[in-house]
Design a protein around this ligand. Sequence first.
Ligand code: NAD
Ligand code: MG
Length: 386
Amino acid sequence: MTRSLTILGATGSVGSQTLDLVARNPGRWQVEALTAGSDVAGLVSAAKACGARFVAIADAAKGEALKAALAGTGIESGAGESALVDAAARDAEIVITAIVGAAGLPPTMAAVKRGAQIGIANKETLVCAGPVVTAAATAHGATLLPVDSEHNAIFQVFPHDDPAQVERVILTASGGPFRTKSREEMRGVSVADACKHPTWSMGAKISIDSATLMNKGLELIEAAQLFPVDVERLDVIVHPQSVIHSMVEYVDGSVLAQLGSPDMRIPIAYAMGWPERIATPAARLDLAAIANLSFEKPDLERFPCLALAWAAMRAGGSAPCILNAANEIAVAAFIAGQAGFLDIDAIVAETLNMVASGPVATLEEVMAIDAAARRTARALVAKRAA
Ligand code: NAD
Ligand code: MG
C-alpha cells in the first residue's frame, strides 16, 4: 500500500536520510511535498528524484530561481514562510519534521492541525512550544512519533497503556567531542572541532548542541513533552559508544532499553513505517566487536548548558522557549565567528536572567516570548563583539 509523505527540511541530514529510505522502497511512499531553507539546487534535485508534487523554499528571495529550475517538470512551488505552511497543510498522511530550530513551529502546527502522523525530528518545536503542540495534537487527532533516537528508543519500550509503571526514564548521551576536555581546553575550540561528533554525523547546529550538551538538555525537555512522566523521573547518563539509545526503568527494577548502531535511518524508518517495521540498510549491531559499553555521570559544571536546560524544564512555562531561542542565537553567533564556544552557555544563562518567564498558553504568546529572547540574546552577542 502506498502512503503519502511530506518532508519538512528535506535537504538536511535527517531529510536526506528520509529520502534515502523512500528511494530504497519504491512504491511504498508517494512524496507530496518537500521544503528547504535556502538550498534551491538541493531541493530541486531531491524533488525530481522522488517525484514530489510541491516544493517550498523558506527564503522568499529564492522563489523565482526555484520556479525557473522547475520549469517543465510539473512540480509546483512556493516561497517564504507561508509556503512552508502550505506544504505542511497539503494532504499527506505522514509528515517528517526535519527543519532545524523554532522555524519549524508554524509548518509543524499546520500538519498537527490536520491530524497527520508526524515523525518529529525538529526538537526545538517541542522545546519552545511543547504544551501548545501536544494539546493541538490531542485536539486534532495527530499522532506524534519521535524521530530523535533517544525518544524513539523510549517510545519503543514505554508502557503507553500504564505510565504509572515507570520509575525513571534515562536518556543516554554520547558526551560529544569535548567529553574529556576541561573548560580551559574548550575555550578556543573551532566550529570544525565542535562539529566532530564521535558517533553521529548530523547538521551543524545539533552537532554544536551535542558538544555543549545543550542537545541533551533540549532532549530532556522534549521527553517531558512526549511522555506522561513527572520531570523528576527524567535522568541523563553519558554512554560514549551510543549503542543504547535510551532506557525506561520500571517500578519493579527492570530496565528496558533499545539498542542499535548509530544510524538515524533506524528511528526515521520506525516513524515512517509505524505501526509496521521497515527493513533498513543500517549496519547490524556487532556487540562482540564493540566489546565494552561504558557509562558515566554527566558533568554539569563543565557543561552548564545541561544544567540550564534542566532548570528551565523544572521552571516550565516560557523558560524552555527562552532557553531555546537564546541557544539558537548563541550557536549561530559561534558558527559565524562572533562568539566563542564558552560564550554559548554564558549567553543562554544571561538571557534567562534578563527575560522574565511565566505561563504560556497560546502559539502567539510563544512566538512573542521567542522574539523577545532572541532580541536579548542578539544584544548580548553584539556587546561581546564590541
Ligand atoms: P540540517 O541543518 O542538516 O538540516 C536542516 C533542514 O532545515 C534543511 O533542509 C534546511 O534547509 C532547513 N532549514 C534550515 N533553516 C530553516 C529555516 N529558517 N526555515 C525553514 N527551513 C530551514 O539539520 P539536521 O541535522 O537534519 O536536524 C534537523 C532537526 O532534526 C533538528 O531539530 C535536529 O535537532 C533534529 N535531529 C537531527 C538528528 C541528526 O542526526 N541530524 C538527530 C536527531 C534529531
Ligand atoms: Mg538525539
